[in-house]
Design a binder for this molecule. Structure first.
Ligand SMILES: NC(=O)c1ccc[n+]([C@@H]2O[C@H](COP(=O)([O-])OP(=O)(O)OC[C@H]3O[C@@H](n4cnc5c(N)ncnc54)[C@H](O)[C@@H]3O)[C@@H](O)[C@H]2O)c1
Length: 356
């Protein structure tokens, strides 16, 4: 019988049930424990899934039944947790953004590599069928010369959301629409159309005066290929509508809305195109209207892949190293907005960004 792999969740907050359900629904994974410094949260989620509760990561890491730790703590706490997991020789699935700086990201990647551990990041939108179809079409040259790669995230979050936990309104903790919410869609642009050569960004707070954060990002991207792109991302726009990712080339256009492929048109039609136009479902939430208004299917694919990658001793589909350029682009956006100027990549210093 194939070995099963034990998962321990660090953090029992908003995103934890998505990971718990993903492990529960996986082939070869089993949830062993949940850890949160809030006893109430740890006990609540552990009871729901009939698993052990821990209140400190150090204690959970001693559990030999745990092979993989899912790091689901606030953004600024990922680094310390991942470094501890690597030292304890546990594979890691970390939530996005992987860390707060490139230095931290490089150290985490190196620590996991040195210990021969898998290290994945849940920028799970990459696994959507529509995104994978776009990726294949780009590789096949079906767009011709790529001219535009854009994303639009017109979401809404209440003032209460920003005050539901102190970290959600603290830039030093990794809050702000750019690094927190839009990270996924900036990642998709980088994944599909990167690398990026330069960025100009403007950040404003349109509708959340009680927090000192940007709730709106406007950015103009120049890709190394010569293509251009825009990012419009906001949590100010009630009631919130589905995100869009748009690619336009000399020979084709593709548009994903939410997870649906709403436009898929090429000068040269292929037999599979009609099926690709059916990808996605209008009823599947993609977090436009609220922080938990989405399904766990994408997370489940990342979790399942982690199990397969360990079994087959191969790289995971979304290694953290592949998300580093996204973090770099996000950091460049903050620098550009703070200094009101275009920023070229690679960024020179990334340590002081959260002090701006
Ligand atoms: N991939 C996605 O679609 C998605 C969606 C939501 C959140 N996230 C990410 O998931 C992470 C968590 O977000 P959330 O919304 O669940 O936050 P949250 O505040 O709801 O939950 C975080 C939990 O971590 C716990 N915690 C903090 N420090 C701890 C420590 N040292 N030891 C043990 N527990 C500790 C807190 O008590 C809290 O319960 C963030 O990185 C966020 O960006 C990703």
């Amino acid at each position: 019988m194939a070995k099963t792999y034990g998962f321990g969740l660090l953090g029992a907050g908003l995103v934890a049930p998505f990971h718990a359900e993903s492990v529960k629904g996986s082939d070869g994974g089993r949830l062993v424990a949940v850890c949160d410094m809030s006893r109430e949260r740890a006990d609540g989620l552990a009871a729901k899934y009939g698993v052990k509760a821990y209140y400190s990561l150090d204690e959970m890491l001693k559990d030999p039944a745990i092979d993989i730790v899912n790091v689901l703590t606030p953004n600024h706490l990922h680094y310390d947790a991942v470094m501890k997991c690597a030292a304890a020789r546990k594979h890691v699935v970390t939530e996005k953004p992987p860390a707060m700086s490139l230095r931290e990201t490089d150290e985490m990647v190196a620590a996991c590599a040195k210990a021969d551990l898998k290290f994945a990041c849940t920028v799970q939108c990459r696994v959507r069928k529509a995104i994978q179809a776009m990726k294949r079409a780009l590789a096949e040259g079906r767009f011709g010369k790529l001219l535009h790669a854009d994303t639009y995230m017109k979401w809404f979050r209440t003032a209460e959301y920003y005050h539901s936990d102190p970290w959600r309104s603290s830039r030093q903790s990794g809050a702000g629409v750019t690094v927190q919410h839009a990270f996924h869609y900036i990642d998709l642009l980088q994944y599909l159309a990167g690398p990026v050569k330069a960025v100009e960004a403007k950040m404003t707070n349109l509708a959340h005066p009680s927090v000192k954060l940007e709730d709106t990002l406007l950015a103009f991207i120049t890709y190394a290929s010569g293509a251009q792109g825009v990012v419009q991302a906001s949590t100010a726009l009630w009631p919130g509508t589905d995100i869009r990712v748009e690619l336009n080339g000399t020979d084709g256009t593709a548009i994903m809305m939410g997870e649906r492929m709403v436009t898929w048109k090429f000068r040269e039609e292929k037999p599979e195109d009609e099926q690709i136009r059916q990808y996605g479902s209008a009823s599947q939430g993609t977090a436009a209207t609220g922080p938990a208004a989405f399904g766990h299917a994408d997370h489940q694919m990342v979790i399942q892949d982690m199990i397969q990658a360990i079994r087959e001793n191969r790289e995971v589909i979304i290694p953290v190293s592949s998300v580093r350029p996204t973090l770099e682009l996000v950091l460049a956006m903050y620098q550009s907005a703070a200094r009101s100027r275009r920023v070229e990549l690679p960024v020179k210093d990334d340590s002081s960004i959260w002090e701006m």
